[in-house]
Design a protein. Structure first.
Length: 167
């Protein structure tokens, strides 16, 4: 297993398939835009990489719904949010529609990105984690849970984002 990238170092690059629901996610006819999400193309603004163990699990649902409810707080600070887990795009789409999630969900089905970030747990999946990257792709803050029974609040994340923006 790879080591976690240290604060102040470049984040491991990756490209994963992902999807995001259209603006009116309450309408079941709204298409989910599927495509590839490449870290190298996400430069210029902060990015929160939210690694979560599984779609439609209790803590993950609370976490991603919380972040969706507060998405304007993240975007107000110029940040983008990507959720990453080992499930496939069909699972992500069902999860996103059911809970009206407002940011892209990426499918790391082989756990290659989780391994690159040092958060893969053999036989169990991955550790619930958040990596805050600046506009250059450098890790500026991270939280890696040991047990994953709770998650980092929006307040903590926006404080960290504001600190990154302030330089």
């Amino acid at each position: 297993m790879s080591k976690q990238p240290a604060v102040g170092t470049p984040a491991p690059d990756f490209t994963l398939p992902g999807l995001v629901l259209g603006q009116d996610s309450q309408d079941s006819a709204v298409a989910a835009a599927r495509g590839d999400y490449a870290l190298a193309k996400q430069r210029g603004n902060p990015l929160l990489l939210v690694f979560y163990p599984g779609d439609d699990t209790t803590v993950c649902t609370k976490q991603l719904c919380s972040y969706t409810s507060d998405l304007d707080r993240f975007t107000g600070l110029g940040a983008t949010v990507w959720g990453i887990s080992p499930q496939d795009l069909d699972s992500h789409e069902s999860f996103a529609r059911k809970h009206r999630l407002g940011f892209p969900l990426l499918a790391d089905t082989e756990r290659t990105v989780a391994k690159a970030y040092g958060i893969a747990v053999p036989g169990l999946g991955l550790r619930r984690s958040v990596f805050l990257l600046d506009g250059e792709g450098t890790v500026r803050w991270k939280h890696v849970a040991l047990a994953g029974l709770s998650f980092v609040s929006t307040d903590v994340l926006t404080e960290q984002l504001a600190a990154v923006q302030a330089g």
